[in-house]
Design a protein around this ligand. Structure first.
Ligand code: MLT
Length: 277
C-alpha cells in the first residue's frame, strides 16, 4: 500500500492540487460535497494494475484555490455553474496530456461528471457514477440549500459538518467506525467557507442531466451504498434503466460515502468494471 503524493499545478493562474497514483490508463475521480480529493485515499492507495488514478480538488476545495493570479494580483474567480468544475477538469486533462479518461464521480462529483459529458463527450471513455443522481434539485432541496448557505455564513464549515455528517455515513459505519466521522469532519472543516458556498449555489442551479442518460454510448458503472439516505438505491436503479450500458453495484453496509465506508467492496466492483473496458 502506498500513500498517494499530492501534486500541484497552476492552470490559468489557479493553484490546483491533485493526487496521481498508479500507472496506465487514466481514471479521474471527482470528490463529493463538502469533502476534497482526500476522500479517494483508499482507492488511490490500491490503484488497480494498469490504471492511473487522478483525483483533483475541485475549485475552492482542499488545496485548489478559487482565486487566480493576474498581473494586478490575485482575484476571486468562483465557480458559478456546475459545469465550471467540469471545465477545470478538462483543463487538468489537457495539462496532463490526456485525451480521454474514465470519469468517476461520487455525488457532487457525479454532477460534475455529467458536466464533462455535456462539454466533451468524446473525452469520456466510461463513467463511474457513485451515490449520485441525474436529476436537478427539487424545490425542497433548493430550500435546504438556502438554509445551508445561511448556516455557512453564520458558522462556516462546522455548520456544514454538523448538518451533513449524520447523513453522509450509513447506519453501520456510524455504529462500527465512529472514527470515520471524525476524519470526515477534519476534511470538511479544512475547506474554506467561500468554496463551500460556491458549490452549494452551483448544485442548486445545476441542470437536469437525465436526458443525457439515454444518449450515452459509453459503459457506466453505477454504485450505490445500500444504506445511502441521500441518494437511495432506487435512484441508481432508475439511472441504470435509462443508461444503455450500465452495471449496478450495490455496496452492502455502506451509506453515501460508499468508497470510504466499504473500500474493499467498492474497489472490487471498480476493478471488475475497469478490467472489462
Ligand atoms: C455530495 O455528497 O456531494 C452531496 O450530498 C451532493 C448534494 O448535496 O446534492
Amino acid at each position: 500500500m502506498t500513500t498517494p503524493m499530492a501534486h500541484h499545478v497552476t492552470l490559468s493562474g489557479r493553484d490546483v492540487r491533485y493526487f496521481d497514483a498508479g500507472e496506465g490508463r487514466p481514471l479521474v475521480l471527482l470528490h463529493g460535497f463538502p469533502l476534497s480529493a482526500d476522500m479517494w485515499r483508499p482507492q488511490l492507495e490500491a490503484a488497480p494494475p494498469g490504471w492511473r488514478l487522478i483525483a483533483p480538488d475541485l475549485r475552492g476545495f482542499g488545496g485548489t484555490t478559487r482565486d487566480v493570479a493576474t498581473p494586478a494580483g490575485r482575484v476571486d474567480a468562483p465557480a458559478t455553474a456546475i459545469d465550471d468544475y467540469a471545465g477545470d477538469v478538462l483543463q487538468l486533462l489537457d495539462a496532463l496530456e490526456l485525451e480521454r479518461a474514465v470519469i468517476g464521480g461520487l455525488s457532487m462529483g457525479g454532477y460534475v461528471a455529467f458536466g464533462l459529458v455535456r462539454r466533451a463527450p468524446d473525452r469520456v471513455e466510461a463513467l463511474v457514477l457513485a451515490d449520485t443522481r441525474s436529476e436537478a434539485d427539487t424545490e425542497e432541496a433548493r430550500a435546504n440549500r438556502m438554509a445551508m448557505l445561511e448556516a455557512i455564513e453564520r458558522n462556516g464549515p462546522r455548520a456544514v459538518a454538523d448538518t451533513m455528517l449524520p447523513r453522509l455515513l450509513g447506519a453501520t459505519t456510524q455504529a462500527t467506525r465512529p472514527e470515520l466521522a471524525g476524519e470526515m469532519r477534519r476534511l470538511i472543516e479544512a475547506n474554506r467557507p467561500a468554496g463551500l458556498a460556491d458549490a452549494v449555489r452551483c448544485m442548486m442551479s445545476r441542470p437536469d442531466s437525465t436526458p443525457l442518460l439515454a444518449s450515452l454510448a459509453c459503459p457506466a458503472l453505477v454504485v450505490a451504498g445500500r444504506e445511502d439516505v441521500l441518494t437511495p438505491v432506487a435512484v441508481h436503479e432508475q439511472m441504470c434503466a435509462r443508461l444503455r450500458r450500465a452495471t449496478l453495484a450495490v455496496i452492502e453496509r455502506a451509506g453515501h460515502l460508499s468508497n470510504l465506508e466499504q473500500p474493499q467492496a467498492f474497489g472490487e466492483a471498480l476493478a471488475r468494471f475497469l478490467a472489462a473496458l
